[in-house]
Design a protein around this ligand. Structure first.
Ligand code: ADP
Ligand code: 5GP
Length: 210
């Protein structure tokens, strides 16, 4: 049986990496994570082939021209892309594959593979998102501002996702995501008013009101 492709998106700093790491550590037989290629520089502690395959722009563009990506996109001035062969091989082995990618890429994959589940991870509030971004200590003020602007653009498209999960209590979030991957939809996922609230908070934050 083929595995399930789960596309995992959310504003930068929401906790996607943290959630994924826990799921992979706890349930290595159930999940695997596609490692993307990127042209951005490694953050402290990020290892080649684990966090990303770090490439120069020339190397990345060569991979594009050879058709090696399932999808790729530009985000905050850098390329990010999903190597095709790894994903196809793991799905054929029956594994559930997570793609932790931003929205443009997510939509490209969904168009090619409509059976994929689009999952959007939300922060409990935009204030908490800002705290997580600065708490991570690996982004400059300018980078954080750019990521908030990007979040505001992504908020416009998030309604195209199939499922929304709030990363407030990490354990609950991990359980919710695992349930979704198994086809069990939790009955307390956030509703439209929560999404609207997040959008409004982002607008206020960018206007300097929050
Ligand atoms: P992303 O991969 O979405 O950019 P990260 O996984 O790097 O986000 O998380 C951003 C920061 O938020 C990290 O410092 C992480 O430890 C912290 N974090 C993640 N989930 C939670 C949570 N549920 N509660 C508090 N802090 C969290
Ligand atoms: P970061 O620089 O914080 O690691 O990632 C920035 C954004 O790029 C995040 O939203 C992340 O999900 C996204 N991203 C990571 N890998 C890929 C990829 O292979 N393709 C696309 N389209 N986006 C990716």
């Amino acid at each position: 049986m083929k595995g399930k492709l789960i596309i995992f998106s959310g504003f930068s700093g929401t906790g996607k990496g943290t959630i994924m790491n826990e799921l992979l550590k706890r349930y290595p037989e159930e999940f695997c994570l596609s490692v993307s290629a990127t042209t951005r520089s490694p953050r402290e502690g990020e290892k080649e082939g684990v966090a990303y395959f770090f490439k120069t722009r020339d190397e990345f563009e060569e991979m594009i021209s050879k058709g090696e990506f399932l999808e790729y996109a530009e985000y905050v001035g850098n390329y990010y892309g999903t190597p095709r062969s790894y994903v196809e091989e793991r799905l054929n082995e029956g594994k559930n594959v997570f793609l932790e990618i931003e929205m443009q890429g997510a939509m490209k994959v969904k168009a090619k593979m409509p059976e994929a589940a689009l999952v959007f991870i939300l922060p409990p509030s935009i204030k908490i998102l800002a705290e997580r971004l600065s708490g991570r200590g690996t982004n400059t003020e300018e980078d954080i501002r750019q990521r908030m602007n990007q979040a505001s653009r992504e908020a416009e498209g998030m309604t195209r996702y199939d499922y929304f999960v709030i990363n407030d209590d990490l354990e609950k979030c991990i359980t919710d995501v695992r349930n979704l991957a198994q086809g069990n939809i939790p009955d307390d996922l956030p509703d439209e008013s929560f999404l609207k609230n997040i959008k409004d908070e982002l607008d206020s934050m960018l206007k300097g009101d929050l």
